[in-house]
Design a protein around this ligand. Structure first.
Ligand SMILES: Nc1ncnc2c1ncn2[C@@H]1O[C@H](COP(=O)(O)OP(=O)(O)O)[C@@H](O)[C@H]1O
Ligand SMILES: [Mg+2]
Length: 295
């Protein structure tokens, strides 16, 4: 299918980016406007409940019976050494693990009470409600800044110029990028700096109005200034969104998150309020990791 979807566009679709973009890739009628408040249960209920989640890649078990609640309008950090299953956990939350042919999942994931893996639920619907931002920013290289923001909406069938323009501005403002790009929305996305491209990818994820934003090491390829912009942005965004962030940077987890989950060899070793995880963890292995004794 043609991913560009601009009405007058008849060129072939661009080469797929390194990571599949976190936008739904199927044409659908525009979603009915939904009130986020109406879709969410009473205060205190978690956004996501994960129960006994195991993920296998062929014979390799990458996650071992992980159970965890993700609090609403808070930042949950996933930490742990390389290969412990952080990305696998994050990807399973919006069913991206299904893009790996030999992947298999057991357990249950609920978003505001709804089982997101039940046969009647389309992955594209899940990914619209649970957006994803990757380590390596992946704007569509042939599209402008504005087109990158609205690509998900256009794929969902939205054609009204005023809606697309409004959502472009709103999403870029939310991603703290508007002031830097408002005079060159038609410029190629790849003309932006690395940090700006990452914020553009955040704007693209926000444009379809998700409830949850997943971020897999979103700042690990960025310089310190761009990293601090992303961290400030995360603290702003949690007022509106529920955020799960994978980071290998312990200071970053301590700075941005409310809750921290420590994974080791596919298991959830410990999960709790970030302050407690970093100052008085219950498990020796958590303490060893957060104090830099291994990892
Ligand atoms: N697509 C895949 N195919 C096969 N094995 C995979 C795949 N993705 C991850 N794994 C394996 O699952 C385990 C967890 O990987 P990952 O979730 O990427 O860890 P982390 O993000 O913590 O570094 C590793 O053993 C890794 O080799
Ligand atoms: Mg990873």
């Amino acid at each position: 299918m043609n991913l560009t979807m601009t009405p007058q566009e008849d060129k072939p679709a661009p080469a797929p980016p390194v990571e599949p973009p976190a936008v739904p890739v199927r044409v659908e009628a525009p979603a009915a406007p939904q009130s986020r408040a109406a879709a969410e249960p009473p205060a205190g209920a978690p956004a996501l409940t994960v129960r006994k989640l195991s993920v296998y890649f062929g014979a390799t078990q990458a996650l071992k019976s992980v159970s965890l609640d993700v609090a609403v309008h808070a930042v949950t950090a996933i930490i742990g050494p390389s290969g412990c299953g952080k990305s696998t956990f994050l990807r399973s939350l919006n069913r991206m693990h299904e893009l790996v042919p030999e992947a298999r999942m057991e357990g249950e994931i609920r978003l505001f009470g709804q089982d997101i893996c039940s046969p009647g639920v389309e992955p594209v619907t899940v990914r619209r409600r649970i957006g994803m931002v990757f380590q390596k920013s992946n704007p569509f290289p042939t599209m402008s800044i504005a087109e990158n923001v609205t690509v998900g909406l256009r794929l969902n069938g939205e054609r009204r110029r005023s809606v697309l323009n409004d959502r472009t501005e709103q999403s870029l403002r939310m991603a703290a990028l508007w002031d830097e790009v408002k005079d060159r929305l038609g410029a190629p996305a790849i003309s932006l700096s690395g940090g700006q491209q990452q914020r553009l990818c955040i704007a693209r994820a926000l444009a379809v109005q998700p409830q949850v934003l997943l971020m897999d090491e979103p700042a690990s390829a960025l310089d310190p200034l761009a990293t601090s912009k992303i961290e400030s942005l995360i603290l702003e965004l949690k007022k509106e969104y529920t955020i799960v962030i994978v980071t290998h940077n312990m200071q970053q987890a301590a700075r941005v998150s409310d809750y921290t989950a420590f994974f080791y060899l596919g298991e959830l070793v410990e999960f709790g309020p970030t302050a407690k995880m970093f100052t008085s963890p219950a498990k020796k292995r958590t303490e060893d990791y957060v104090t830099g004794r291994f990892g």
